[in-house]
Design a binder for this molecule. Structure first.
Ligand code: 9UX
Length: 72
């Protein structure tokens, strides 16, 4: 089954940043759904834990030039 993880994403300053981060997340293997909100700097990601770990999701966001951490 899937899990839902919440991530704090720093460095997003415009709506295109949000689209960029959502696009990165949605292309990751094991990610089923990703929604990012600019106002709260939060992202919600539904993922398959057998395929991808939340640490790898953080790394993918950081590789795109943003800051990321997971929220408990
Ligand atoms: Mo907007 Mo974000 O002009 O990386 S796309 S600041």
């Amino acid at each position: 089954g899937t899990l839902v993880g919440h991530f704090r994403i720093g460095g997003m300053t415009c709506a295109a940043c949000v689209n960029s981060v959502e696009g990165i997340l949605r292309k990751l293997p094991g990610v089923k759904r990703a929604v990012v909100a600019l106002a709260t700097s939060l992202g919600e990601v539904e993922y398959e834990p057998a395929v991808i770990r939340k640490e790898e999701i953080v790394e993918a966001i950081e590789d795109a030039g943003f800051e990321a951490s997971f929220v408990q």
